[in-house]
Design a binder for this molecule. Structure first.
Ligand code: NAD
Ligand code: UDP
Ligand code: UDP
Length: 335
């Protein structure tokens, strides 16, 4: 055995049947870890992980992390939480509970096991930012009582809990703030801009631009994110984060729409709809900390990532999955 081989571990991934969580499970299994995937299938889908069900190192547990969980693992990745505005606003109280009570339970578990715990935080903690691009020591501009608050404030409170468990109990924490991420296995009905535009373009429906379309986002491809997440977990215990992770190239929604139309060869027209309340006007990460601490840099540019994502939705649509997805996603029965 060479020195740089990482020892296999027992790893808990909450939200492991979701978009990002399922890619993380793939990555951890590929490097030899044992993975316990915990998910209540609120927005997650069985088909995201069904290729893993026959793997003897993979175990699936249907469980809601707002309830205590007693298992034995070496590391915890806490990703459980609906992430798209449509999904997290369906049941905002449950969203806050998942963020806050879920964090308490997973931190309690980490404390008992003396295990490292990773938190999937979000660029939403910056709200509608007055500092651009966003740096980690910017405290944000968040409405505490708006429709996005259940998620934004829930995730902010989760960060507070992580840092208090670290200060009070010495828990080893790893917090990253994820900026808009896209790629295969995004939920086709979750209303996020990349999945919406691609499904609309592929099915010849109008591309829905909210507001004037000049608001910006920076889109990171899921493979780059997984590299950053696992690199973060391997940092020395003194590294807690928060660390911004995203692709610092900024696009307007109009630019994204035109690119998707061009790449799909679609004849869809653009249709302007009202801008949702508290929709941030611009968002772009400053990733200097990620570069320095993780030695990480995004490698997949938007056109390349969109190609893979378009191919995924194309085959999902052909298989009849994309419009109304499988019944294991309880959310699809709500919206
Ligand atoms: P997703 O909705 O695809 O995945 C979330 C998973 O968590 C789903 O499988 C869902 O069923 C599960 N879940 C929700 N509530 C749960 C609960 N109470 N108990 C157990 N499981 C529960 O979303 P995603 O895009 O994969 O996001 C994963 C994480 O990354 C989330 O914590 C999200 O806040 C964070 N994040 C995502 C993005 C992004 O652009 N996708 C950006 C910033 C942060
Ligand atoms: N917890 C858990 N699994 C464990 C240990 C704790 O789910 O293995 C939960 C526990 O039920 C509690 C929460 O985590 O609600 C916080 O635990 P902690 O020990 O920090 O606080 P306390 O139990 O003292 O409230
Ligand atoms: N958006 C849009 N059309 C859509 C879906 C979203 O113009 O069909 C806009 C939305 O108003 C926001 C941006 O795209 O300004 C990103 O939205 P998303 O929900 O993907 O992410 P978030 O707002 O959480 O960054």
């Amino acid at each position: 055995m060479t020195n740089n081989v990482i020892e296999p571990k027992r790893v808990l991934v909450t939200g492991g049947a979701g978009f990002i969580g399922s890619h993380l499970c793939d990555c951890l299994l590929a490097r030899g870890d044992e993975v316990l995937c915990v998910d209540n299938f609120y927005t997650g889908r069985r088909r995201n992980i069904e290729h893993l069900l026959g793997n003897p190192r993979f175990e699936l547990l249907r469980h809601d992390i707002t309830h205590p969980l007693f298992v034995e693992v070496d590391e915890i990745y806490n990703l459980a939480c609906p992430a798209s505005p449509i999904h997290y606003q369906v049941d905002p109280v449950q969203t806050t509970k998942t963020c806050v009570m879920g964090a308490i339970n997973m931190l309690g578990l980490a404390k008992r096991l003396k295990a490292k715990i990773f938190q999937a935080s979000t660029s939403e903690i910056y709200g509608s930012p007055h500092v651009h691009p966003q740096v980690e020591d910017y405290w944000g501009n968040v409405n505490p009582i708006g429709p996005r608050s259940c998620y934004d404030e829930g995730k902010r409170c989760a960060e507070t809990l992580f840092f208090d468990y670290h200060r009070q109990h010495g828990t080893k924490i790893k917090v990253i703030r994820i900026f808009n991420t896209y790629g295969p296995r995004m939920h086709p009905n979750d209303g996020r801009v990349v999945s919406n535009f691609i499904v609309q373009a592929l099915t010849g429906q109008p591309i829905t631009i909210y507001g004037d379309g000049n608001q910006t986002r920076s889109f990171g491809y899921v493979d780059d994110l997984i590299t950053a997440i696992t690199a973060m977990m391997e940092t020395p215990d003194t590294v807690t984060g928060p660390v911004n992770v995203g692709n610092p190239v900024e696009f307007t929604m109009l630019e994204l729409a035109r690119l998707v139309i061009e790449m799909t060869g679609s004849s869809s027209e653009l249709r302007h709809l009202p801008l949702p309340l508290n929709d941030p006007h611009q968002r772009r990460p400053d990733i200097s900390v990620a570069r320095r601490v993780l030695g990480w840099e995004p490698t997949v540019q938007l056109r390349e990532g969109l190609r893979a994502t378009i191919a995924y939705f194309d085959s999902s649509l052909a298989a009849g999955h994309a419009a109304v997805d499988d019944a294991s996603a309880s959310i699809s029965r709500i919206i």
